[in-house]
Design a protein around this ligand. Sequence first.
Ligand code: HMG
Ligand code: MG
Length: 303
Amino acid sequence: MHDTIRIIEMGPRDGLQNEKTPVSVEARIAFIEALVEAGLRTVEVGAFVSPKAIPQMVGSDQVLRGVSHLAGEFHVLVPNEKGYEAARAAGARTVSVFAAASEGFSRANINCSITESIERFKPVLARAKADGVRVRGYVSCVLGCPFDGKVKPQAVADVAKTLWDLGCYEISLGDTIGVGTPLKAKEMLRAVAAHVPTENLAMHFHDTYGQALANLYAGMEEGVRAIDAAAGGLGGCPFAPGATGNVATEDVVYMLEGLGVRTGVDMQKLLTATNEMSKLIGRAPVSRVAAALNAKKRATNKE
Ligand code: HMG
Ligand code: MG
């Protein structure tokens, strides 16, 4: 199907943005170091958003500065020019703007309509182009919205096309509440691929209903080669009621390696990164693969 797949690690941003236990800047930096050490070279490390909206991402400037010596590409979310300026001041080279395919989620998440959000992104993209900064574009709620229900593939395609035409280098398609199933994922991806080249698409699937791996496989059959995932399956969006974390990076790596796809990720090192974070937040990883490998390790140690 594919020789290689790019994994964009979401743990430090999507993973921690909804976390109730405070995680210090130092611990976030140590987590990113461990993820990079495990071979995850593209990591979303923070968000320059309102501290009232997402207090967990306060200190993203210190996190970004704290990882600048590492050999990786570090992404941060920016919702507007204010966020862009703060991200640039902290040395950001890649930023992500985030829109939605449904009005209800756009309003809940970023307090504006889809059209207004695009207007906010235009100056960000213009300045990024002048500064030589890469911009990734998210579309949320591509397979369903917690407020508006069903979302039409064409609605996703329209927003994805707008972000692509504005100059985003990659469009990440978010099943924010993890309600999608494989054929619906394919239908949505085909609608988007009519406007954005498949090689510039990424899949960002949350695993609320346990469908994320199946949906990713369906998307790979459509030719998509980039996957967003979070170590341990951490996270969720505070503005998407009931949604759980991204598909777990361990589960994705296990599936891909089983398919003969190279990921460059060292599973044992990834497990160490996940387990350290899991200790800090006081919760076992939801990743099935992490749980299985941890259980195996415990059994071996007992022998
Ligand atoms: P607003 O209230 O409409 O904005 O929020 P505003 O311009 O009226 O400003 C209100 C206050 O926020 C002001 O401060 C601004 O200075 C401040 P005050 O005067 O009240 O003290 N402010 C900012 N502060 C820091 N950084 C900024 C910034 N902008 C304004 N960039 C806004 C609009 C977008 C700012 C707000 O709604 C917000 O920050 N939302 C964040 C939402 C968020 O981060 N959600 C989670 C990430 S998205 C996600 O998880 C989905 C994704 O994973 C894909 C998927 O799964 O589908 C990406
Ligand atoms: Mg997400």
